[in-house]
Ligand binder design. Structure first.
Ligand code: COA
Ligand code: NAP
Length: 267
């Protein structure tokens, strides 16, 4: 069967959708005909994303809102829905991260990331509920491999994203009866993004090693993630709910082993 990825006239809202992976997802939906709303904290990012979407011919709406502010999140949805009607697909991907060992992290550093990634996801999903097309809406959380695989210097993000995974499953249970599907995408290292710059590698040698550590031998692209989001929002995924789907070239399967294998191969 041919994949039919036509979102003409559908309303797709991407929270945290003004830069990086999430913005790439917004652009992909726009290319498939969707009316696209994006929101994030920074006016500069919102204006730039809106201008770029409009210059590709999209009907687009941009709103400033911090996911940590429950009321502001609700107001963002109200504004977008006023413009484009009920939300057919929602991507919740706002996040913050940095590398810091737990014994050096301040309580506020830990709390900031949990507030954005986990509490922020709840705020977005909870406020969206009233504005979703029921039945039929597709909700997509953006999680990360450290939700399942322990990684050094990631206590804050790992704890927060593990919460996002479980929120995905619980809401799939609770909202399934409304005809709402809830899934999550767990991207591997995606080249050219802020998360990649902050977390993946510093030196050319580390970069080359990080690439070899992915079973498929390459880093991901923003389109790799956007294509999965299109599928999850489409009727082709109509019986898929409660899934946390790695899109990582198999990387999460092998996160500890490469180091052990390298050590074992040392003469
Ligand atoms: N190492 C250790 N602690 C850090 C840190 C780092 N690199 N960066 C920030 N923190 C700590 C701060 O010191 C502060 O704690 P303190 O008050 O005890 O000093 C706390 O985190 C909050 O920092 P602040 O800059 O006030 O937070 P913010 O709400 O403005 O920003 C962040 C949130 C820190 C997550 C920021 O990096 C951000 O906005 N990130 C968004 C972009 C991003 O991370 N993209 C990648 C997604 S994977
Ligand atoms: P990014 O460009 O920094 O994207 C984060 C987005 O969230 C930005 O648009 C940012 O815009 C917004 N945001 C941050 N804090 C916010 C807040 N408090 N309220 C509202 N919006 C907020 O990073 P990225 O690397 O593309 O990451 C995107 C998503 O993919 C994240 O969920 C991340 O955890 C996940 N991920 C990324 C990778 C990777 O390789 N990059 C791997 C695994 C998972 P403002 O600054 O304007 O608010």
């Amino acid at each position: 069967m041919r994949m039919h990825l036509d979102f003409t006239g559908r309303h797709v809202f991407v929270f945290g959708g003004t830069t990086g992976i999430n913005f790439g997802i917004a652009q992909a939906f726009a290319r498939c005909g969707a009316h696209v709303s994006v929101a994030s904290r920074t006016r500069e990012n919102v204006d730039a994303a809106l201008a770029a979407l409009q210059s590709q011919g999209a009907q687009a709406c941009g709103v400033c809102a911090d996911v940590r502010d429950f009321e502001a999140v609700g107001a963002a949805f109200a504004e977008a829905v006023q413009r484009f009607g009920p939300i057919d697909a929602l991507v919740s991907g706002a996040a913050g991260n940095f590398l810091c060992p737990a014994n050096a992290m301040s309580a506020n550093g830990f709390r900031s990331v949990v507030d954005i990634d986990l509490i922020g996801s709840f705020n977005v999903l909870r406020q969206a509920y009233a504005h979703l097309r029921k039945p039929g809406a597709s909700l997509i959380n953006i999680t990360a491999p450290q939700s399942m695989v322990a990684m050094r210097s990631q206590a804050h993000a790992a704890a927060a994203k593990a919460g996002v995974d479980q929120l995905t499953r619980v809401l799939a249970l609770e909202w399934g009866a409304d005809g709402i599907r809830v899934n999550a995408i767990s991207p591997g290292p995606i080249d050219g993004t802020e998360g990649f710059r902050r977390l993946i590698a510093r030196t050319p040698e580390e970069l080359a090693q990080a690439q070899r550590d992915v079973p498929m031998g390459r880093f991901g692209t923003i389109d790799d993630i956007a294509n999965l989001a299109l599928f999850l929002a489409s009727p082709h995924a109509s019986y898929l709910s409660g899934a946390v789907i790695p899109c990582d070239g198999g990387g999460a399967l092998d996160s500890v082993k490469p180091a052990l294998e390298r050590a074992a191969l040392q003469p």
